[in-house]
Design a binder for this molecule. Structure first.
Ligand SMILES: NC(=O)c1ccc[n+]([C@@H]2O[C@H](COP(=O)([O-])OP(=O)(O)OC[C@H]3O[C@@H](n4cnc5c(N)ncnc54)[C@H](OP(=O)(O)O)[C@@H]3O)[C@@H](O)[C@H]2O)c1
Length: 295
């Protein structure tokens, strides 16, 4: 398949390019920089230069593709609402190009946007929060709109994707600990974060592209939930810093913009995803990667 990949130069994209090429696909990777273009070309991808928010460029690339994986996102959280609304427009544009065809579109989202119906870990069929509640859900709403029109659209709900260099939100925890000379978790720290190794996440992207069911959500979850206290202990050992429980009231001071996230349980399951696609995560777990990180 000739696959147009947005976000090809990002953390996940960098692993997804070889995953797709090794499986026999042709990859056309979007890049907005010379440096990104060079990396993509070296990895064996065709480079399509452009910004994801340039509708005409996006349409041109999408029209020439047999399938699309959309993994670009601007993670400047100080502009989360605008960036999320931009993402809605990107998805609308890709959907317009693919309308009426059976060419697949795989959209990137997060398990944290799903709302558990039962209080148990979120599952693939759980609804998502609204963009009014949390701006990033604009992506899920845009996917809903295309699915309602009959598009072959699948949503990847990613948990915390990690290797020994990148751990998304956890990277911020490490930065905060460095700034404050101690590693904190809230209360008993039993609330959990789901996680998946990047090698497993990209294998799932490929399986979803190749055989995902139109309209389905898939949870990229290797571990249902890793307790924040366990994460703090490993970071503390790595940084050689004390590890402390703090109260929910003190969380704002320590965690700033992350304060809400560190007090809730975000556990997620991938049982349906494994069953439907035969996906079996085998990569290292989050704590192993954190232990092997170069602090
Ligand atoms: N990593 C995780 O743990 C995680 C968890 C949940 C959901 N997700 C979602 O998975 C997707 C991929 O995540 P990631 O970790 O790979 O993100 P990332 O490392 O931040 O990469 C973002 C990618 O988007 C590209 N991009 C951003 N703005 C762009 C623009 N205006 N035009 C063209 N390209 C643009 C970046 O290009 P440049 O290289 O030019 O900057 C980069 O390739 C995102 O939707 C993310 O929200 C990730």
């Amino acid at each position: 398949m000739r696959v147009f990949l947005t976000g090809a130069t990002g953390f996940i994209g960098t692993f997804l390019v070889p995953e797709l090429i090794n499986a026999g696909h042709q990859v056309v990777g979007l890049s907005r920089s010379d440096a990104g273009a060079e990396v993509l070309a070296r990895a064996g991808a065709e480079v399509f230069r452009g910004d994801v928010n340039d509708r005409d460029r996006l349409r041109t690339a999408a029209e020439a593709a047999d399938g699309i994986i959309h993994a670009a996102f601007n993670h400047d959280f100080s502009n989360l609402r605008q960036n999320s609304e931009d993402d809605r427009k990107v998805i609308e544009t890709l959907g317009e190009v693919l309308a009426g065809s059976d060419r697949p579109l795989v959209i990137s989202s997060g398990t944290g946007l799903a709302r558990s119906k039962t209080g148990a870990p979120v599952i693939e069929t759980d609804d998502h929060v609204t963009a009014a509640e949390f701006p990033r859900a604009a992506t899920e709403e845009a996917a809903d709109a295309l699915i309602a029109k009959g598009g072959r659209v699948m949503v990847m709900r990613l948990s915390q994707v990690h290797d020994t260099r990148h751990q998304g939100r956890i990277t911020h925890h490490v930065r905060l600990a460095r700034q404050q000379g101690r590693v904190a978790y809230v209360g008993e720290g039993r609330n959990r974060l789901p996680a998946v190794h990047v090698s497993d996440a990209v294998r799932l992207y490929r399986l979803v592209l190749e055989k995902g069911q139109a309209g389905a959500r898939y949870n990229a979850v290797g571990e249902d939930g890793v307790a924040l206290r366990d994460i703090a202990e490993v970071i503390g050992a790595g940084l050689k810093m004390p590890v402390e429980s703090i109260t929910p009231e003190a969380a704002q001071d320590y965690f700033g913009g992350l304060a809400n996230l560190v007090t809730i349980d975000l556990a997620a399951s991938s049982a349906l995803t494994r069953q439907r696609l035969g996906w079996n995560p085998t990569g290292p777990d989050l704590l192993t990667d954190l232990r092997n990180m170069d602090y």
